[in-house]
Design a protein around this ligand. Structure first.
Ligand code: PGA
Length: 244
């Protein structure tokens, strides 16, 4: 269960979140719990989660190890700060910051090289779904992101299926729609990396996940977890998602 805080919360607010969140998930060992706050909140999140099983991740990275790239953060920097995870190619990054499969590919490579687990985001826009192009879009995005990976590298990534029309809109995909898309992704994994990889790869659903719809989603065997935006900002709501 991963929370994507997007551009919300200051370092002070991060500390306050963890004070409330920690006791609510102290016994929640049935899943991994990841919080991806803004970069400047990572030290506060690492401090506050010390000694718990809550893990911290970045929301983005740049692929170079270091250099003259004003405003960017490398995989090694995230790792050195204590992060274990990083979100790659979130649809907001694709939409507002020009990210493509090609940049995703480089970012996934850089993350894996540093030992971070990338959460690679894919998902169709509304006109794709309405035009029956969902599977085709997933194929392009998946192939673009992971085609150059070895099976060993692929085993270290997590996929997030996030239909763009469901993100931040309150329009959640029905559990069946989400499961169909997950099946399509798993089939792409099977074709490229074989049946074992398809069976073991973890695919999260994201897009308006809330405490009141998480159970229906998680009842689908295809859905291995969730990438949660808005509902991860409040300790009580994210905890009730974790503890569905
Ligand atoms: P949302 O965001 O839960 O607010 O829809 C999900 C995401 O963008 O990862």
């Amino acid at each position: 269960m991963a929370g994507n805080w997007k551009m919300y919360r200051t370092p002070g607010e991060t500390g306050a979140f963890f004070e409330k969140f920690k006791p609510l998930v102290a016994n929640s060992t049935h899943c991994e719990i990841v919080i991806c706050p803004p970069f400047v909140d990572i030290p506060a999140a690492i401090d506050a989660s010390h000694g718990t099983h809550i893990q911290i991740g970045g929301q983005n990275l740049f692929w170079a190890k270091e250099g003259a790239y004003t405003g960017e953060i490398s995989a090694n920097m995230l790792k050195a700060a204590g992060s274990k995870w990083v979100i790659v190619a979130h649809s907001e990054r694709r939409q507002y910051f020009g990210e493509t499969e090609e940049t995703a590919n480089k970012k996934i490579d850089a993350a894996l090289e540093s030992g971070l687990t990338p959460i690679y985001c894919v998902g169709e826009r509304l006109h794709h779904r309405e035009g029956n192009q969902t599977n085709q879009i997933l194929e392009t995005q998946c192939a673009g992101g992971w085609d150059k990976l070895t099976p060993e590298q692929f085993s270290r990534i997590v996929i997030a299926y996030e239909p763009v029309w469901a993100i931040g809109t309150g329009k959640v995909a029905t559990p069946e729609m989400a499961a169909d898309a997950h099946r399509c992704i798993r089939e792409l994994v099977r074709k490229k990396f074989g049946p074992d990889a398809a069976a073991s790869c973890r695919i999260l659903y994201g897009g308006s996940v809330k405490p009141d719809n998480i159970r229906g989603l998680m009842a689908q065997p295809e859905i291995d977890g969730a990438l949660v935006g808005g509902a991860s900002l409040e300790a009580a709501s994210f905890a009730s998602i974790v503890n569905f």
